[in-house]
Design a protein around this ligand. Structure first.
Ligand SMILES: Cc1ncc(COP(=O)(O)O)c(C=O)c1O
Length: 385
């Protein structure tokens, strides 16, 4: 029985909350994981129930490397992968190992709001960098590098959360070049890379540059299989990898998640992961198109947004002076929710922006949510502006 008081996600009935950035329950792959688990648990090899190698299960890493090779369209070396309990945990571990309280981290403006919380936990000094339609603005980065000495730079290069933009191939090269010249490490959060809805693939992932030994690429099964698995990986070059593998956390507990890795290994080997990804791509494409069209139909032209090519999000830019946080209070009364832009700003700005996720609700709900949102926006503008 699903008791709403203890359920992971507690949505009030009738509420269309565009703030929810996870798959709907119907998209969670229970049947696939039943098959994967049965195949693994029916075998006679109990080794995945023991402490594992610090870097993570080698069989799983080999299968994952092949899977990533196929989807990234670049070679992926299993020896450069380290298993984590998800991208968030990987991010936290990297902050523990490669930064000290008071160090500077560069982030994009906007950036993933929960990553900002992790950096705050580590008492890092957060400096924001502007973005445009081509992703992180490299000229602005160069300028800031003259004044600050970051130890880390955090970027979401492909299908950004929340802005959905993608960093161009040329800028990726420039970023790597700058990290080498100015001696900082790049954490590229690539959790949305495989969620591409366009015909052409996105530029190759930053994972392709790990041999530079200034880059960590974070990946996760949260967006392509199921977030509850808490399974992800860090891909990096040999010198940086060695420093992670040797850390106390991994030395004490062994590699992370051997049990889940064994199940997901079966899911990949049995083609179930691939089937799930295909289902997600079809469903999210439909949802993205439906929400974009409904927003175009209902919202006035003064609200700007780019239809995304991938990921989970549509980023609305409302007219200057509209405070999305205030508007959210009124939206709740009309049973529609969203996350206000200020949450994604490390500089306390972006008050007139809104993040909408299309991952959770189905097409009719997304259309109805867009209609409600437009009503709230129009009433709010008339009242307050
Ligand atoms: C950019 C980004 N990184 C990381 C995460 C969390 O990943 P995980 O579930 O693997 O910790 C999310 C989830 O929303 C995200 O959007």
């Amino acid at each position: 029985m699903n008791d709403p008081s203890i359920a992971q996600l507690n949505l009030s009935p009738g509420m269309i909350d565009f703030g929810v950035g996870q798959p709907s329950p119907a998209l969670l792959p229970l049947a696939q994981l039943k098959k994967a688990a049965a195949s693994r648990l029916d075998g006679n090899d109990p080794s995945f129930l023991a402490y594992g190698a610090n870097q993570g299960d080698g069989y799983f890493r080999a299968v994952l490397a092949d899977y990533l090779h196929e989807h990234y369209h670049i070679p992926v070396d299993a020896d450069q992968l380290l298993v984590t309990s998800g991208a968030s945990m990987g991010l936290d571990l990297l902050c523990t190992l490669f930064a000290r309280a008071g160090d500077t981290i560069f982030v994009e403006e906007p950036s993933y709001f929960l990553a900002l919380r992790i950096f705050a936990d580590h008492r890092l000094k957060i400096i924001s960098l502007p973005m445009d339609a081509g992703g992180l603005n490299i000229e602005a980065l160069e300028e800031k590098l003259i004044r600050h000495r970051p130890v880390l730079l955090y970027t979401i290069p492909t299908f950004h959360n929340p802005s959905s933009v993608t960093l161009g191939a040329e800028r990726r090269k420039q970023l790597v070049e700058l990290s080498r010249r100015h001696n900082f490490l790049i954490i590229a959060d690539e959790v949305y890379h495989l969620l591409n809805y366009a015909k052409a693939p996105p530029p190759p992932p930053m994972a392709g540059y790990v041999d530079a030994d200034t880059i960590f690429s974070l990946g996760s099964f949260s967006k392509i299989l199921a977030p509850g698995l808490r399974l992800g990986w860090i891909q990096t070059g040999p010198q940086l990898l060695e420093q992670i593998v040797d850390c106390g956390l991994l030395d004490s507990g062994g590699g992370l998640n051997p049990f889940t890795s064994a199940l997901v290994r079966s899911a990949i080997e049995m083609g179930l992961q691939q089937t799930q990804l295909a289902t997600l791509l079809t469903t999210y494409t439909e949802r993205k198109v439906a929400l974009s069209n409904a927003l175009k139909e209902y919202l006035p032209e003064s609200v700007r947004f780019i239809e995304p090519d991938g990921g989970f999000f549509i980023w609305l830019v409302l007219p200057e002076g509209v405070d999305a946080e205030q508007m959210r209070v009124e939206a709740r009364q009309k049973n529609v929710g969203f996350l206000p832009g200020v949450k994604f700003s490390s500089a306390g700005k972006l008050e007139n922006c809104v993040r909408l996720s299309f991952s959770y609700f189905d097409v009719p709900e997304l259309e109805e949510g867009a209609r409600r949102l437009a009503e709230v926006f129009k009433a709010f503008r008339n009242d307050k502006c």
